[in-house]
Design a protein. Structure first.
Length: 100
């Protein structure tokens, strides 16, 4: 895992119009799997319940400010990254609902 000085900066292109990515998908496929972290271990380190983390991964639970802060400490990202990802996902889902 990167140290604080090697912290990842993750930004999204504001003009990107591709499909939205759920916070859980991002967490699982871009962080946990590459780092070789199981969900239980990833939850334990920052003090998140394993159930809460699993529900985020499955898309059954939103990323809250508290979860964003804990994930940011664990994964050396910003809490804003997780909150923006959640907001993008919420808007994507609402747009799909409105279109149907």
């Amino acid at each position: 895992m990167p140290t604080r000085s090697e912290s990842k900066t993750i930004t999204r292109d504001p003009n990107w119009t591709g499909p939205a990515i759920s916070p859980g998908e991002m967490l699982l496929h871009e962080f946990l799997e590459p780092l070789g972290l199981r969900q239980a271990e990833a939850a334990q380190r920052p003090g998140i319940s394993a159930n809460r983390l699993n529900e985020v991964v499955l898309g059954e639970r939103r990323v809250t400010a508290d979860t964003a802060m804990r994930l940011s400490r664990l994964l050396k990202t910003s809490p804003q990254f997780w909150m923006r990802l959640q907001a993008d996902w919420d808007l994507h889902r609402e747009a799909r609902r409105a279109a149907s």
